[in-house]
Design a protein around this ligand. Structure first.
Ligand SMILES: Nc1ncnc2c1ncn2[C@@H]1O[C@H](COP(=O)(O)OP(=O)(O)OP(=O)(O)O)[C@@H](O)[C@H]1O
Ligand SMILES: [Mg+2]
Length: 376
């Protein structure tokens, strides 16, 4: 594994040495899959779902070489045809060792879909694309699952951003999926997604096809003390430490959301000369807020007057337990409770505001910082 210049990775998964804890979650997912259970993984954005999936697969690849792991992110897909294509690319040609013979078998199996094979110049791994005619998506998907089934190889398949299927105009995809996966004795799934209530409803409503077909897992923030220890292993190599107090403030401000904490740690690491102080953390936060100013201006433009007022009020107070209370409304000169509620719902759906057991907060701390400074 290549050693990184900065161990606080802010994008992608770079290996277990740069991944903090999640031991219990990793074990729980592996145990579920090994015991014929599917998993649904939900958490707010940037908590670490995708990283955890890669971490789990990395572990399985080292400990259970007889299992094949497949990861597909369907966020960029706009319809069933694109989703099936994404799955074909992720799976086909990767089930067996990619020998000429195996590839011939794959192309024969899918001959109806005129497969084309390209090889990665660096790794030599094949990617198979299919020519999926309109109205053939469902058949193609069935064929992909049949191909996995006949291989008799144990397969773990992660579908990331699964809630995306609800945006397709194609209907009945949940039911379609359900009918296939029920009859695949050697394939188990991780469904991951971030729009909490959407995913939750899909898997826990009695009238939905996925009802009780998977084990739910809610990913919580990394445990604070373990997170600080992880950070201090790397800071110790620079002969400095982040104090419990400074780390607590950072962690608290960011509501424990991993990426937000991590991006600050990444900036701290690049300035090894200074000892770590609260003041330095504040400076970095201001810097990061400034860098994203154009993005925040864009967000703000999309808000209605009421949404802007409500978002700014919540940003000012940090964590709001009862946003519909008279106190909160009069203190912040907001409109009627029903208008506040409508604005709040919209902000929550669009993931600007998050609800936790303690209350409502602006999800993106840097955006909250910007709102405090710039909103009316
Ligand atoms: N356990 C961890 N150890 C170290 N860094 C982590 C960990 N979990 C998450 N991160 C950091 O947080 C970032 C976001 O994580 P990830 O992409 O896995 O989140 P996500 O929940 O899939 O987010 P999204 O909903 O936006 O897809 C990662 O790029 C990484 O920088
Ligand atoms: Mg993700």
């Amino acid at each position: 594994m290549m050693k990184l210049n900065n161990p606080f990775v802010t994008y992608g998964y770079k290996g277990p040495e740069y991944f903090c804890n999640r031991e219990q979650e990793t074990q729980d997912i592996i145990t579920a899959l090994n015991n014929e259970r599917n998993i649904t993984l939900v958490a707010p954005r940037r908590m670490g779902k995708t990283g955890l999936i890669h971490h789990v697969f990395n572990r399985i690849e080292h400990t259970q070489p007889e299992v094949r792991c497949f990861y597909v992110d369907i966020f960029p897909t706009k319809n069933l045809q694109q989703m099936v294509q994404a799955m074909a690319k992720a799976i086909l040609g990767k089930l067996d060792t990619p020998t000429q013979n195996a590839m011939r078998k794959v192309t024969q199996f899918f001959s109806h879909f005129r497969p084309s094979v390209t090889y990665d110049v660096i790794t030599g791994m094949p990617t198979v694309s299919l020519d999926i005619a309109p109205n053939e998506e469902r058949n193609t998907l069935k064929q992909i699952f049949d191909y996995m089934k006949q291989s008799e190889i144990r397969c773990y398949m992660a579908i990331d951003e699964f809630q995306q299927i609800l945006n397709y105009s194609d209907k009945g995809i949940e039911a379609l999926f359900r009918s296939y996966i029920q009859f695949l004795p050697n394939v188990y799934f991780i469904f991951a997604g971030s729009q909490h209530h959407v995913i939750e409803q899909m898997f826990t409503s009695a009238n939905r096809p996925f009802f009780q077909s998977t084990q739910m897992m809610h990913l919580k923030p990394l445990e604070e003390s373990k997170y600080r220890k992880f950070a201090n292993v790397f800071f110790a190599a620079q002969e400095r430490q982040i104090s419990a107090k400074a780390f607590h403030q950072l962690y608290q401000n960011m509501h424990g959301l991993t990426w937000y904490v991590h991006i600050v740690l990444n900036r701290l690491y690049q300035e090894p000369a200074k000892s770590i102080t609260k003041n330095q953390i504040t400076q970095i936060i201001n810097q990061l807020t400034e860098e994203q100013e154009p993005v925040f201006q864009n967000y703000y433009q999309t808000f209605t007057v009421n949404q802007a007022l409500v978002a700014a009020a919540i940003a000012r107070e940090g964590l709001v337990e009862k946003p519909l209370s008279n106190d909160f409304i009069t203190r912040n000169r907001l409109p009627s409770p029903s208008s506040v509620q409508a604005a709040l719902e919209k902000l929550e759906t669009n993931q600007f505001i998050t609800r936790s057991s303690q209350g409502y907060y602006v999800y993106d701390y840097f955006f909250a910082q910007w709102l405090r400074k710039n909103s009316m």
